[in-house]
Design a protein around this ligand. Structure first.
Ligand code: PMP
Ligand code: GLN
Length: 412
């Protein structure tokens, strides 16, 4: 076994998808919508299948189908107030996953340090390891004990953050809106991170796959727009999240040409090119949304509007059941403290090491409700920080949210 794979374990996704297949619970675990995507998005794929142009079924440009990078170029040039060169500044990848992988493999060398904020989307750590880098972790801390909790109450300790930066620091991975807390980093927090990146000449990787899912009028700020940050930031997005088609696995990275070049090299030597019909479908979908950007009927406005209602519904039924949810300002997950319910569950039959694994497995088997154990999103020394929590996904049909509410309400 090569060194880079030693100690690797199967991810929480593989384990919990298998669990869901076996027990068939109401699945609020893995993050994906269970309702139909916008009809024009799926229709675009049907149109492409019937299109007279045979080239739509052949390889396309390796670094990204031209129609798609052009649509993304137009979109993001407007959003970040800087003219992007679609051919050099954007790479199309196999989901945001591959964008992360190509970014990390394309920049991290043996011994380089990468700062990761905990809890973190679980693939960051193994990707850094694969590249030979060293992950340095900093946990978000809940700074409130009384009353309702917002994702904004999960904060970084400034002194701890500052201490992590040093001459070996190559990169910091930021995720906003954040999975799993739903935290949307506010301007002051981003400015502090940016300041440290500039001081220590550090690359910022900004995972913004939930960029359109923000609530309560909170603004999603792209860190690449802060002073001195464009030249050191790679921003990552996902068509799966943007258009509710997670199975399409189309993602992208954008940033300055000299950085994107390194991702292109990893991509050309691994994936080479992403599926043409899917890229064409995503391009046509963006083209439509570009004509109504900012209008109420734009999917990027209607989706968060609908999601906010689901968020509030879930927060209420979790609270009614005795859990303590963190109300997310963004994303489509809710973290809830289940420890007030500890007396209601008998976890002795679950052999797992961490309490949140025991709890979520017990719930799947005995209550027919699946969530994700957040300790999967922490480094080994900090896993205890996630053990009192469970993560539920709320981008689900109302009837399924109703069922979850009912299951918890009937729980004696
Ligand atoms: N980053 C975060 C924070 C995620 O939650 C996910 C899961 N969708 C990804 C990246 C990967 O996205 P994709 O499905 O486009 O590969
Ligand atoms: N991003 C989704 C989640 O956090 C899916 C992750 C995955 O399937 N690897 O649930």
């Amino acid at each position: 076994l090569p060194k880079r794979l030693q100690g690797s374990v199967s991810s929480v996704w593989n384990e919990y998808i298998t669990l869901a297949m076996k027990y068939n619970p109401l699945n609020l675990g893995q993050g994906f919508p269970d309702d139909a995507p916008p009809s024009y998005v799926t229709q675009s794929l049907a149109d492409i299948a019937k299109d007279a142009n045979p080239l739509l079924h052949q390889y396309t440009r390796g670094y990204g189908h031209v129609r798609l990078v052009q649509a993304l170029g137009k979109l993001y040039s407007g959003l970040i107030g800087r003219e992007l060169n679609p051919l050099n500044d954007i790479l199309i990848t196999s989901g945001a996953y591959e964008a992360l992988y190509s970014t990390i493999m394309g920049h991290v060398d043996t011994g380089d340090e990468v700062i990761i904020i905990e809890p973190f989307f679980d693939c960051y750590e193994p990707m850094v390891k694969m590249a030979g880098g060293v992950s340095r972790f900093i946990p978000l801390k809940l700074c409130k004990t009384e009353g309702p909790i917002s994702s904004a109450d999960w904060v970084l300790d400034d002194a701890e953050l500052e201490q992590l930066f040093n001459a070996k620091t190559k990169m910091i991975i930021l995720n906003t809106p954040h999975n799993p807390t739903g935290k949307v980093f506010h301007r002051k927090e981003l400015e502090r991170i940016a300041e440290l990146c500039r001081k220590w000449n550090v690359l910022c990787v900004s995972d913004e796959v939930y960029e359109w899912m923000v609530f309560d009028g909170v603004e999603h700020i792209r860190i690449c727009t802060l002073p001195g940050m464009w030249e050191r930031t790679i921003t990552i997005g996902s068509a799966g999240k943007t258009f509710s088609v997670t199975g399409w696995k189309i993602g992208w990275a954008y940033g300055p040409e000299n950085l994107i070049r390194n991702l292109q090299m990893v991509h050309q030597n691994s994936v080479y090119t992403c599926p043409t019909p899917l890229q064409e479908g995503v391009a046509r979908s963006f083209e439509l949304e570009l004509t109504r950007l900012g209008k109420p009927e734009c999917y990027f406005c209607s989706l968060p509007r609908e999601l906010q209602t689901k968020r509030d519904f879930m927060a209420k039924f979790l609270s009614d059941a005795g859990m303590r949810p963190t109300i997310p300002e963004g994303g489509y997950f809710m973290l809830a403290d289940w420890s007030p319910l500890a007396q209601k569950v008998d976890l002795s039959s679950e052999p797992d090491k961490y309490r949140d694994y025991k709890f979520t497995k017990w719930m799947t088997k005995n209550m027919g409700l699946q969530g994700i154990p957040p300790s999967a999103f922490y480094s080994v020394p900090n896993k205890n920080l996630g053990e009192d929590f469970v993560r539920y996904c709320f981008i689900k049909k109302q009837e399924n949210l109703d069922k979850a509410a009912q299951l918890l309400q009937n729980w004696k």
